[in-house]
Design a protein around this ligand. Structure first.
Ligand SMILES: C[S@@+](CC[C@H](N)C(=O)[O-])C[C@H]1O[C@@H](n2cnc3c(N)ncnc32)[C@H](O)[C@@H]1O
Length: 318
């Protein structure tokens, strides 16, 4: 399993329904939900729908609720854990984890409607185009909502990467807390001894500097939540470590560090896979020449959210 796949597997196993927790509401209200509700109305009766890079399946869940006649398959390369779904409760929905698009394309299946919500753009092009074509029935329609490089979600993700990278830096809060740990008990029991120990004093100065720098970053960030939670969590952890020497504070801090590393990877992926206007022009050249392509931008009060790419393939293949 790749690190990237591990990062997504860990995320979906935590039970999140979709990948933009904190930026979009669970019910997919707003422009994106409106888009899917409008679009689902136009799907042919009993259409076979494939949701590509589905995660824990917010889109299959939404579509199944809107249209009981659809046969929906959700696939994702990661091991998913869609808590809302079971084959008995949703016999018209199939959810397949550990299934990269290429693996499904190799099975020779075909679908009338191919959707994706913030997933298709994560798959390298032009292979993603070729695999999606291979899975398309004649006359199939694609509805791909993709991250926009100039959009609000990419902007928030970049701020999350910056904040998390600050926490992970050698002088950042997590390392400063690990270095301070051996002395926190001494600080509460014997401050005089602590002040006589140059290494302990240096650790305390470095920790205070990390806290000050983090406070400044929190005030100026558009997405400070990760930094706020880390500051609060580290503070409580150090207090507990001072009172309870048996508490495994260092291993907890190391686990947090690897969780933050994985969140940097996921948010960084969003930023690096978000499509710019130039990417969109390049994408058009990889689509089948006889396809009808329609590209729009989805916006709501917070600003620009996503690209909505619609492709209709010809009824007969050339
Ligand atoms: C941002 S998440 C998907 C979000 C999900 N559609 C939603 O609406 O919440 C991107 C997903 O792409 C998946 N992915 C990346 N490469 C893939 C591939 N080649 N085939 C299938 N899924 C892939 C990842 O495992 C990850 O779950």
């Amino acid at each position: 399993m790749t690190t990237r796949n591990e990062a997504w597997t860990e995320y979906w196993q935590s039970g999140a329904l979709h990948s933009c927790v904190g930026s979009l509401d669970e019910g997919y209200g707003g422009a994106i939900g409106d888009y899917w509700r409008r679009t689902a109305d136009s799907f042919a009766k009993r259409a076979a729908v494939l949701d590509i890079a589905t995660g824990n399946g917010p889109l299959p869940k939404l579509l199944a609720g809107l249209r009981a006649d659809l046969q929906i398959t959700g696939i994702d390369a990661a091991a998913i854990a869609p808590g809302w779904w079971s084959a008995s409760a949703f016999p018209q929905v199939e959810m397949l984890g550990n299934t990269p698009l290429a693996a499904l394309a190799a099975q020779g299946r075909s679908f009338d409607v191919l959707t994706s919500q913030f997933g298709w753009e994560y798959i390298p092009r032009p292979e993603s185009v070729q695999q999606t074509v291979a899975l398309s029935a004649p006359g199939a329609r694609w509805y791909l909502v993709c991250h926009h490089a100039q959009g609000r979600l990419a902007q928030v993700a970049q701020a999350e990467v910056d904040g998390a990278s600050r926490l992970l830096a050698p002088q950042g809060l997590l390392q400063a807390a690990i270095t301070l740990l051996p002395y926190v008990r001494l600080a509460s029991t014997d401050a005089t001894r602590l002040n006589a120990d140059a290494t302990a004093v240096a650790a305390r100065i470095a920790y205070n500097a990390a806290i000050t720098e983090l406070g400044q970053a929190i005030t100026s960030s558009v997405a400070p939540d990760v930094m706020i939670q880390a500051r609060q969590g580290v503070h409580q952890l150090l207090q507990r470590a001072a009172q309870d020497p048996s508490f495994g504070a260092e291993s907890t801090l190391r686990q947090w560090r690897s969780a933050v590393e994985r969140s940097v990877l996921r948010s960084g992926e969003l930023v690096s896979h978000a499509l710019s206007v130039a990417d969109m022009d390049a994408l058009r050249t990889t689509l089948p020449a006889d396809a009808v392509v329609n590209v729009n931008e989805l916006r709501q009060a917070e600003g620009l959210l996503a690209w909505a790419i619609e492709v209709t393939l010809p009824k007969r293949w050339a």
